[in-house]
Design a protein around this ligand. Structure first.
Ligand code: ZN
Length: 381
């Protein structure tokens, strides 16, 4: 049913188009042409202008052929992580891999191609399906910015699938909420050789906070990381300022809040231990903490309609499709937060975010077949 040759060719073509976050213009125009040729109407939103990219998100609408069938959302993202300036896919039979100098961009072109092939097949074969709304986002890899700036009020679908995770025949139903944290520590500058006792080292204070902190994997559901540290002016100046940036994520909101509080407390305690008198004046170290919710969690129950639909579709193709949680966020988190019933379907990408990335076209074929069956069942149940 799935045209493996066509799918493979399209994957190689799209993977070869460089599309780092904020520079998805070339691939967006190509995808726009492809879906128009397939019979969709296409709108491009203004998300690109808002985030200073060179294109917005695409919303393509394909009319259904089954009156009364509920509309269905399919979504993938057009951007990739780097290195992605030039991509030269290497084909070895059914496996497409990188030449070792860039990512392949199977994240998320594997998902995009599986979706396109599934839509082609249901239309060519007149398989029962409702209206299909295809959202191709920008800047997923850059803080889910495309999805966050997409107006879900433009969708009629209440339910659907994002295809954007490694593996095959698996459904991601749980993904963490994340907080982004920025700590700005203020100490006091002084000459490091002449009067270091008149200074307070912001670097030292930050170090005390960091060693007291729980980081890395905290439990099966929760992680925390400090990823950037910036501060100081010169080797001979006691540093007056340092900024530390990081994040924490958890599948549990209680644990997310507890870990955020722990990280905040470590900095509060560290600055509280530091003050210095210079002449008549007493100086106290300070910290300014900023916490931003990066995205909400994804938490779809195993008995939700979308899960039952995909599992039934998998069964119809002789497969099983289990559900699992992940430590990464995706556009599905954003769509779910805005009231859509979505899960994230594995789509065959492998060793993503590395220069060893590869896909097996047979996984893409399987995924496309599962999407075809999901669209058919969605129109018939
Ligand atoms: Zn992705």
């Amino acid at each position: 049913m799935i045209n493996a040759g066509r799918l493979k060719e399209e994957f190689i073509e799209l993977a070869s188009i460089s599309s780092p976050s904020k520079r998805e213009g070339t691939i967006a125009r190509r995808l726009e042409a492809i879906v128009k040729q397939m019979g969709a109407t296409v709108e491009v939103d203004d998300a690109g202008e808002k985030i200073e990219g060179n294109t917005g998100n695409l919303l393509a609408r394909f009319p259904g052929n089954t009156p009364g069938a509920p509309p269905f959302l399919l979504s993938g993202h057009m951007d990739t992580v780097g290195p992605a300036e030039a991509i030269h896919p290497v084909v070895e039979g059914d496996v497409v891999r990188t030449d070792g100098t860039s990512v392949l961009g199977g994240d998320d072109k594997a998902g995009v191609v599986a979706i396109l092939e599934a839509i082609r097949v249901v239309r060519e074969r007149n398989i029962p399906h409702g209206d299909i709304e295809l959202v191709l986002t920008i800047c997923e890899e850059y803080g889910l910015l495309g999805a966050k700036n997409f107006d879900v009020g433009r969708l009629r679908a209440k339910r659907g699938l994002v295809l954007d995770v490694d593996g095959v025949c698996e459904l991601i139903t749980r993904a963490p909420a994340a907080n982004r944290l920025t700590f700005t520590v203020s100490g006091l500058a002084a000459h490091a050789g002449i009067c270091p006792e008149q200074g307070m080292s912001a670097i030292r204070i930050a170090a005390e906070a960091i060693v007291a902190m729980k980081l890395g994997r905290l439990d099966a559901e929760t992680t925390a990381n400090l990823g950037i540290i910036q501060g100081g002016l010169a080797g001979n100046i006691v540093p007056a300022g340092v900024t530390v940036r990081g994040e924490t994520r958890s599948l549990s909101l209680e644990k997310l809040e507890a870990q955020t509080a722990n990280m905040r407390r470590c900095f509060d305690d560290a600055v509280a231990r530091h003050s210095v008198r210079v002449g008549e004046r007493q100086y106290h170290a300070r910290v300014e903490t900023q916490v931003d919710r990066q995205y909400a969690r994804l938490d779809v129950r195993d008995d939700a309609g979308i899960v039952r639909l995909v599992q039934k579709a998998a069964a119809a193709t002789g497969r099983t499709c289990g559900t699992r949680g992940t430590g990464g966020g995706s556009d599905a988190n954003v769509f779910a937060e805005r009231g859509l019933e979505v899960a994230n379907l594995a789509c065959g990408m492998r060793e993503i975010h590395t220069v060893n990335e590869w896909v097996d076209v047979r996984d893409l074929v399987l995924t496309a077949g599962l999407v075809v069956e999901t669209l058919r069942l969605n129109a018939t149940v």
